[in-house]
Write a new protein. Structure first.
Length: 115
């Protein structure tokens, strides 16, 4: 599976951004797809994803502010980010896990939230 991320950028606190992740290749093997992020000096952390059956999961830190959605016809997953905070500043990575547990990663896109 190949993943390409779009979106990101610089926004003021309280603002919104939308990220998109386009999947190609063996997309029918995908078991879960979503987003992780990595802030400077910190480990990569889970943000949100879709898993088998269309179940969505969110990190507690983004619940109520971020929404994950998808367009199956375009093999694209979106992350709508509202009420952004400076602590949301990170490189955001698209992730897909297949049925064997193997992970694919997109190239990452920078999100910077200014206070």
């Amino acid at each position: 599976v190949q993943l390409q991320a779009f979106g990101g950028g610089l926004v003021q606190a309280g603002g919104s951004l939308i990220l998109a992740c386009a999947a190609s290749g063996s997309t029918f093997h995908i078991n879960a797809i979503g987003w992780y992020r990595q802030a400077p000096g910190k480990e990569r952390e889970f943000v949100a994803n879709f898993s088998t059956g269309g179940i969505t999961k969110y990190a507690d830190s983004v619940k109520g502010r971020f929404t994950i959605s998808r367009d199956n016809a375009k093999n694209t997953v979106y992350l709508q980010m509202n009420s952004l905070k400076p602590e949301d500043t990170a490189v955001y990575y698209c992730n897909a896990e297949d049925r064997t547990g193997s992970n694919s990663w997109g190239q990452g896109t920078q999100v910077t939230v200014s206070s």
